[in-house]
Design a protein around this ligand. Structure first.
Ligand code: PLP
Length: 423
């Protein structure tokens, strides 16, 4: 049996309707911004393998650090014990975060980083005998697929089967130049019941790369601060250079109480999640009373290999070459965005740093563009480019090592697709 057939026989894939009997492409190896399938076909990984790869695949520096760590210490229980990679990574990360962030809590993916953040906020109030049950979140939010993370994400078809199992959330629009007064009213009405406000800063990735301005988010954050609402900033997607700066936090004046990280944290090599918090949050759990403990942990909490990978990835991120690459990608994106924004099939082009999104005109009300998403996906795949449209939105989210030539190839393919559909 071929690998493809064996896959179909045994494996249940994420976000996949298997009824259609779809075939999965078998990837054999990867290097830099390329993936190679078992027949040797090369693909440009224009979406960083679901937003995680930062410096390119199988980066030799990260590989070296992980291999070295594997020979020394593979895994150890993280209650009662600790290890150098976890300590080193915590120091390195806190060093480049806003000063409000003082403690690092480890998990192993983005959703669990969010779960921990929510628990920190809810228990923060509980520990002080002022329980608060509601959460404030953005419309169109996405914070992950576990129950807590799903609860504070937008409700829709994906979450419909579980609607009775989710907790109470108040949804608000993202801030703009006109709506601050409306947001203020909502916040003031609910302030006393709110355990926290959770948000994706600047870019709402899964919703289709929806963007809002740092200036407006700052105003909203200041409003939350004035009303005593704890803030969870979900940097799972925006962290580690995607927005053109190390973190979305680096575009903001206001500081959240809690930050969440995953995806690019290890440069995309290993699963790891981090929730950081202020000393004020941490202090609310310090007590002789054992019941004030944060009772949360995963078997692989602070896995030494993942911590070593993350520390290595942070080294690479800090290098001038990497910082220059981020600016180079942002500049090329910007030139391309300007060149297509008047194309009749382009409804809008949005960019924040290395993230570029193009929303297609779908001719709403007609059925002409039904299946546009699948058509686009296959069009690019045929050309050896992995782009995974979110409905009628194409986005480019490359690893920072991508060459100008490869970026130009992606832009040209997008333009070709636009022109083909125009005919
Ligand atoms: C992907 C994502 C998550 C969830 O991370 P997983 O590692 O997939 O569980 C949470 N928040 C944001 C903003 C994300 O983009």
């Amino acid at each position: 049996m071929t690998l493809t057939n064996r896959d179909a026989k045994y494996i249940w894939h994420p976000y996949t309707q298997h009824y259609k009997g779809n075939k999965h492409i078998v990837i054999d190896h990867a290097s830099g911004s390329y993936l190679f399938d078992q027949d040797g076909k090369k693909y440009i990984d224009a979406i960083s393998s679901w937003w995680v790869i930062l410096h390119g695949h199988s980066h030799p520096y990260i590989a070296e650090k992980v291999i070295k760590q594997l020979g020394k210490l593979d895994q150890v229980i993280f209650a009662g014990f600790t290890h150098e990679p976890a300590i080193q990574l915590a120091e390195k990360l806190l060093n480049i975060l806003p000063p409000s962030q003082q403690k690092v809590f480890y998990t192993d993916n983005g959703s669990t980083a969010i779960e921990v953040a929510l628990k920190m906020c809810i228990q923060f109030w509980y520990n002080q005998n002022q329980p608060r049950s509601k959460i404030l979140a953005f419309k169109n939010a996405y914070h992950g697929d576990t129950f807590g993370a799903m609860s504070v994400s937008a409700r829709g078809t994906w979450t419909a089967p579980f609607k009775n199992q989710m907790f109470e959330v108040i949804y608000i629009d993202t801030p703009d130049s006109n709506n601050l007064e409306d947001l203020q009213k909502i916040i003031e009405t609910h302030a006393a019941d709110l355990a926290c406000f959770i948000f994706e800063p600047l870019v709402q990735g899964s919703a289709g790369m929806l963007m809002h301005k740092a200036e407006h988010l700052d105003q909203l954050m200041a409003l939350c601060r004035r009303n005593g609402i704890l803030m969870i900033q979900d940097e799972v997607f925006t962290g580690f250079g995607r927005t053109g700066r190390n973190f979305a936090a680096d575009h903001l004046q206001q500081q959240a109480d809690i930050l969440c990280f995953s995806k690019g944290l290890t440069g995309g090599t290993m699963p790891l999640g981090i929730t950081t918090c202020s000393s004020e949050i941490y202090a609310a759990f310090l007590a002789e009373d054992n019941l004030k403990t944060l009772f949360h942990g995963h078997s692989f909490t602070a896995n030494p290999l993942a911590c070593a990978a993350a520390a290595a990835s942070l080294d690479l991120l800090a290098e001038p070459d990497c910082q220059a690459a981020i600016q180079r990608i942002a500049a090329l994106h910007s030139t391309f965005a300007t060149s297509i924004e008047l194309h009749p099939l382009v409804r809008s082009v949005r960019q924040t740093g290395t993230i570029l999104a193009i929303e297609w005109e779908t001719g709403e009300g007609t059925s002409y563009f039904n299946g546009l998403r699948d058509w686009l996906y296959n069009f690019f795949l045929d050309k050896g480019i992995i782009l995974r449209p979110l409905g009628n939105i194409i986005y480019i989210l490359p690893p920072y090592c991508i060459s100008n030539a490869d970026l130009e190839e992606i832009y040209a393919a997008i333009l070709e697709a636009l022109d083909l559909k125009l005919r």
